[in-house]
Design a protein. Structure first.
Lengths: 260, 260, 260, 260
């Protein structure tokens, strides 16, 4: 039975990650399940045509549209850290937000949020100066945009300092350390491969704001938005199961700031 | 002596054409002379950092900012025609306008116009369907933007059909044919290399809306904006001389739609 | 029963067309069926890692390795014609051959052929000057390489004129016109979608050097190598069926110049 | 007066660093002064046309040709460190060597050496695993190629371990630390801006194999090749002065392994 004070959580997913002739992800199926979409802006994936089509699809499904801004690295899919300066991060963030904004605007809607992708996300989680430059780019474009960042990260702090609304992101399928940071991918327990376990983790995050760390400790964790992955064989099935489990628990699924 | 009804003309120039470590053009000097700037958007030149700096420089000089949208061809500097579909042209135009808009908006100003660059400009001058897709991208982003196109071209028609304000562009230093089209670069008389001759041609365009074609005929030509080139040894000197000659003739130099 | 004078034909396929995180084609399955592989060189698909892996796979299967050289257009997958100069075509061909050569050489093997891809293939089929520049790049790298080109095309002529061994390519699943050229994709009969019909066409090409044109005429056609496509749901099944049909007819399947 | 045992040193310079319409460096002037050229291979600078022209120019001047292999980062000119894997470094090195080899081979000459550029150079200087992968790529392409690396670096060791001939590189215009490493660019004394001082440092390196570190200590330093920079207002003048000073001291200027 839902609590009297209804809980709300967002489910976000990375979308529009095809490029040219190359296809990636089942965007239409995922858009039926998520409440917010992080759309690639051409730097790690996506091209103008794909951005246009992905925005149109998100509009059809009533899903909030975010710019998934990245380092400029198509071959590496934005997953390779690069030593960019804060000024470069500022400019590339602004560029990509603007590009996606154009498609949203032409489609009669507007951007809802910005989420750094891949290596830029990880760098901005721990590098306060870089995080600041990204947050300032978001603010300078539109101070009403939400900034999505890893819960407890420098990026979340930088967003607040820049006067932005921030959504703390949590992962159903990633292991956490006792300090609330993600278990590095090379360490044991980094990935939760059992669907039931991942859903249980997500439920604890959504209902209690807690997660059991890989060392067994219970950690407080702000979870405004849950990330589900778009690739992998079971991505869509998992997202559907997560959606159903949250709804069954009376939790409203909605993008941050949306009137549910 | 100036006519009682003061004439106005725009001088536009392609700017922000550096890329990464490579420098091109004397943007600061040119911005002191022109009334509108076509700023590269990353597809043929320009990168996010350079776009940010070029927009800041244009703001300092009070010059109208336009998106210089291009085919995606850095190596070819956007000068090689590519068989893009109208849908691709639409999307790439929207993308680039949005990217430059972000820098203009963050700098506290707004875009004034859009001008296709190089091969896309030439293709849009003669291909009505391509021209339409570009005009629609401009309109779908912001119907108050000006569209710059070759005088008498399909692009100018497409802009009008899309409900845009259009500026017909004329070239001081290019030879014209009797039908008002540009003399192809491989033909005799395609380029006017004498500065005095080019300025005389520009003056006839600005004052009388006429040009003497390479075959000696006088051709009517709408000239709302004169293009000056940013590269070449004498680019800045020529632009200054043109500016001075127009002012001396009592012609107001201002971006289309500007209150002079 | 095979004829006394055994016929030989090559089956070639475009491979290594993944890029970064994006996957395309079932290379391993196709390599079990074809006798020569056209490997993407990074300009329309492929990246250094994928090139390395694809070469290794081709070596495992004993398949002849060719450089699938392309216009520089990742987003368009090399399928958009671009107005490149002969000098540019020469240099981009040489560059890509060299890059693939490095992987072949490091893997202890050598290149067998060069085939232009997509738009460059089509342009080189009809533009003698462009074809010449490609043929000269191949010759200047290694005059013992085979050049693959559309049967009856300018590229085949240019290869011969440059002193190269040429393989005339025919398509099982494309309609032909009475002059031996391909029926344009927008015209009726351009694509043969029935597998049986495509195999019948291939058999006629391989056995008799003939094809029935879309207007019903029988056309003489040199067919040294048959192209099978790597993408599409039935690509592998079709390639296997073609392979089996050719073998059943006693036709040897081998790369041009190979000792069967 | 030259010593009886004549000393030999190489002067190398980064060349072919233009890209498309963008020009960088006075390659012809520098080629008249240096004994080996590191030619950009398209990843940080250079394109196929420029590589072809630069190779031709190097051949004209009888300068040894090396592949200047880089991280894939045109916008950052290969100067931004990227988290590439050893396998990626191996493949990108092989790719670029092959590409340049094609132009050298077509021009009737052959590659002499390989030198990583910018961020890849710095990363390979301190990361043994990355250095190994680069050295192995060089060896797998041609075990007779020289590998240029920072004197005392992991790259030099990796080259030796891979059985390559290595040239230890020293910088006339960079400050050194007491351990023989370069003074980081942000520290005092990192750059030697006085031409006379830089030439004095080069002379000490060439004649005595020593350099005075920023802390005043004298450090032993293997200096097989001196790097002169191609950009900057005084690049050519400095290279000429260095060349003249070395010759005046009876030191032979020649590429490693060359018969002077």
């Amino acid at each position: 039975m839902p609590s009297l004070a209804t809980k709300t959580i967002d489910i976000n997913c990375d979308l529009g990650e095809s490029f040219g002739a190359w296809h990636m992800g089942d965007d239409a199926a995922l858009l039926a399940v998520v409440s917010s979409a992080n759309i690639a802006c051409g730097f790690h994936a996506g091209d103008p045509d794909i951005m246009r089509r992905t925005v149109a699809l998100a509009v059809q499904h009533g899903v909030a549209i975010g710019a998934h801004v990245s380092l400029p690295d198509l071959q590496g899919f934005g997953r390779r850290e690069m030593a960019v300066t804060p000024a470069e991060a500022y400019a590339m963030t602004l560029y990509q937000i603007g590009a996606l904004h154009a498609f949203a605007h032409a489609a009669g809607t507007r951007l809802h949020h910005v989420k750094p992708h891949g290596a830029l996300y990880n760098m901005a989680a721990r590098d306060a100066r870089l995080a600041q430059s990204i947050a300032e780019a978001v603010r300078d474009f539109d101070a009403s945009l939400w900034l999505f960042g890893l819960a407890g990260s420098e990026l979340v702090d930088a967003g607040r300092n820049a006067g932005l609304q921030v959504a703390s992101e949590a992962f159903a399928d990633r292991g956490y350390r006792a300090d609330g940071s993600l278990q590095p991918r090379k360490e044991p327990g980094a990935l939760i491969t059992e669907s039931d376990e991942a859903i249980a983790q997500a439920m604890a995050m959504a209902r209690e704001g807690r997660v059991r760390a890989v060392d067994g400790n219970i950690v407080e964790l702000q979870a405004d938005t849950l990330c589900v992955h778009g690739d992998g064989a079971h991505a869509v099935a998992f997202a559907r199961n997560l959606h159903a489990a949250l709804e069954a628990a009376g939790i409203t699924i909605a993008a941050p700031g949306a009137n549910a």
